[in-house]
Ligand binder design. Structure first.
Ligand code: NAD
Length: 267
């Protein structure tokens, strides 16, 4: 199992062992990748450290994507620090998002300007900043940038509200970044995962209803497991997908393909 042998990559967004970022990290490590991690602040680092030990990784960088480039914990400064330990990077996994929990319920029309800007900055624009910062380390050999999206980018889902708008912006960014960076052999894609029980997932009001509906209605009749999202990430970060860019790949049991569910599935 060494498809990622010799490949180096950064994983952003591990909060705990249930995080999608961790599901991806485990699969990539199992397939031979050398991984570095970023953590939002010290309290996340405490939970990340034992996980890193379990896959024999020792490179972690503090990075809060909402910080300006002049800040020590900014995206830009993290990549400067990464360039001190690695000459090149083969992939980056961006698995992070944020919106005020109070606005992940009720109506989108009530979204505040402050939370709109903050949610789009952290959940969407950070990926563009990362793409730019990665260039010096990736442009010689090419590589893969991968982010995480959700069906709420394409159509409404209950209480997803401004996160849906942020994910739409993220999915549009993928296409523009894929065009800009294609000549550098850098591929840019997203995984649109079905509902997974994580900290971020629990912040969305009514998550239980969405979880149940999705597993009842999806053609495969289940929501994705972390390893299934991880396996798709293995494809998109490795040479297996060398011809794929600007793509949103759904790992949702097929839910995105259903317009009107069968009546017997609506229980
Ligand atoms: P999670 O709570 O495990 O991870 C969210 C991560 O975002 C945390 O590690 C947190 O530190 C990070 N983060 C938030 N604000 C940050 C900031 N300012 N700077 C740096 N990091 C920050 O949740 P998850 O569900 O694994 O989320 C990972 C990604 O997957 C997100 O983009 C989420 O929208 C997406 N996603 C989740 C689901 C789901 O059902 N859980 C479905 C589809 C897509």
């Amino acid at each position: 199992m060494s498809i990622m042998k010799g490949k180096k990559g950064l994983i952003m967004g591990v909060a705990n062992e249930r995080s999608i970022a961790w599901g991806i990290a485990k699969i990539l490590a199992d397939h031979g990748a050398e991984l570095a991690f970023s953590f939002q602040n010290e309290s996340f680092n405490k939970r990340l450290t034992p996980l890193m030990v379990s896959i024999k990784s020792d490179k972690a960088f503090e990075c809060d994507v909402s910080k300006p480039s002049s800040d020590l914990n900014s995206i830009e400064n993290m990549f400067k620090n990464i360039s001190k330990i690695w000459d090149n990077i083969d992939f980056v996994v961006h698995a992070l998002a944020y919106s005020d929990k109070e606005e992940l319920k009720g109506k989108y029309v009530n979204c505040s300007r402050e939370n709109f800007l903050n949610s789009l900055d952290i959940s969407a624009f950070s990926f563009t900043r990362i793409a730019k910062s990665t260039l010096p380390l990736m442009s010689a050999k090419g590589g893969s940038l991968l982010t995480l999206s959700y069906l709420g980018a394409e159509r409404t889902t209950p209480n997803y509200n401004v996160m849906g708008v942020a994910k739409s912006a993220l999915e549009a960014s993928i296409k523009y970044l894929a065009m800009d960076l294609g000549k550098n052999k850098i591929r840019v894609n997203a995984l649109s995962a079905g509902p997974v029980k994580t900290l971020a997932g629990a912040a969305i009001s009514g998550a239980r209803h969405v979880f149940r509906y999705s597993e009842n209605v999806a053609p495969l009749k289940f929501n994705p497991q972390l390893n299934e999202v991880g396996n798709a990430a293995l494809y998109l970060t490795s040479e297996l997908s060398s011809g794929v860019t600007g793509n949103v790949h759904h790992v949702d049991g097929g839910l995105h393909s259903v317009a009107i569910p069968k009546q017997e599935d609506l229980v």
